[in-house]
Design a protein around this ligand. Sequence first.
Ligand SMILES: [Zn+2]
Length: 463
Amino acid sequence: MDVLSHYSSPVIEFPASQPLEKQHTLVDNCTGTDPPAASSDASTETQRRNNVASQTEQTRLATGGSGGTCDERALAKWLRHICPMVEQELMHPTPMMDEQTTSQGRLEKEVNVHTYQKLSMGSSADNSLGVGLAIWLCVQTNNAPVLVATTVAPHDDWCEHVDQQLKLFVPQRMSHGNYVIFNEAKTLALKSCLRSLCTNPFNKNIFAGSTMDGEIFVWLYEQLRSGIGVHTVDPNVEITQLHSVASPQGAAVALDWVSEKHLVASYANGALHQWVMGKVMTLDWEYTLPPTINSEVTAMVVLGLEDFVLGTNDGGVYRCWSNGRQNAMNPKHLQLMALRRHRFMVSTLLKTEIDGHQFVLSCDLSGQAFYHDMQHVDEDAAQLSIQIPLPFKSVIACSQDGNIIYCPSNDGSLDYYRISDGAHAQVKGALRGRGNYIRSSDNGCWLITGLYGDEFQIFYVEQ
Ligand SMILES: [Zn+2]
């Protein structure tokens, strides 16, 4: 019965080129050397493969000619089937346990990250369900940039938090040792919670914020005189509001700068606005995602002039760019290309450069991160190049060379991963709560994570 079932298996799709009796003998031989499996599971398949091998070999020996072409076709078919699996295994080998542990020890030694300072936001309200926003501005002293931070209360719908605050923390050199300490230097009253914050990379004294009630502010940080000593509120620094504009689109979910004077605001409904900072702030152009994409925009980065990447709440990642010298046209027409999509909401989009190539790093709520190569504007070439799972991590920051990914973890700790060898390391924290925000300074030396109750955690990365 077993023999018969083997004989009539799909293997026999190759035309027989020898007498039937001989084939019977062949099958019998196989069965003879290989005792039949007790149960018909995986081992049955192995045996079936044996049959293929014996048959092809036998055919080649017996006839050649037309039989030969058949064999080659069968071989090619088999290779086509097996090659992707072999390739897959070679590209993502299963790491050995001890290999992982040694690379972890090495990563901790090579990239030394340690907790540096906790920042209390000093708010009386319960922020245990709230989130934090913080950005790094210009470098002040000892490679340490000025920091702007705020808390955002949990929202059901409309923001009714009319006494929100934006706090400025200025690093000051300690009188002893080569240390700096971040001191609260200024507090700015806000009439509504902020939705997003963004430093102007072309002039890091300037930053923009969008509020829940639909306003966009542009602020300037100024150091009036070089302050000496430690103050709780520094009289020598100032935050000046340069512009404010109200948008009927609601709260901008993301802001980014195209130049020192051009700010792009991205809205959940797929609208993109470019503003010009002149004497006043004016709308330069607007663009709306085509109706075929009926998901909410959750993240955006500017790559260049009329060149953006957007992330959506259903995991979509899209590049939008203008390919021609079109004149001021409202609404704008942009090319749109779908990049490798996530399964969950895109929480983070970051620009980075690897070996001189521009990449956009995207991360979703499940902790799956993709590196998208941006050097191509053609659909096949621009797809995913690296995919890494970061279990239970929803937001990320990355090192200057794109090789290290940092994620805030529970209770103020920080996890980091090296892409080149898969090494993982952790810095223990001493706060309570679940981190949902992280931002790296441009020089890669500082990280801020939050919000843990009412506190942010600053980390220092030894270079
Ligand atoms: Zn609010």
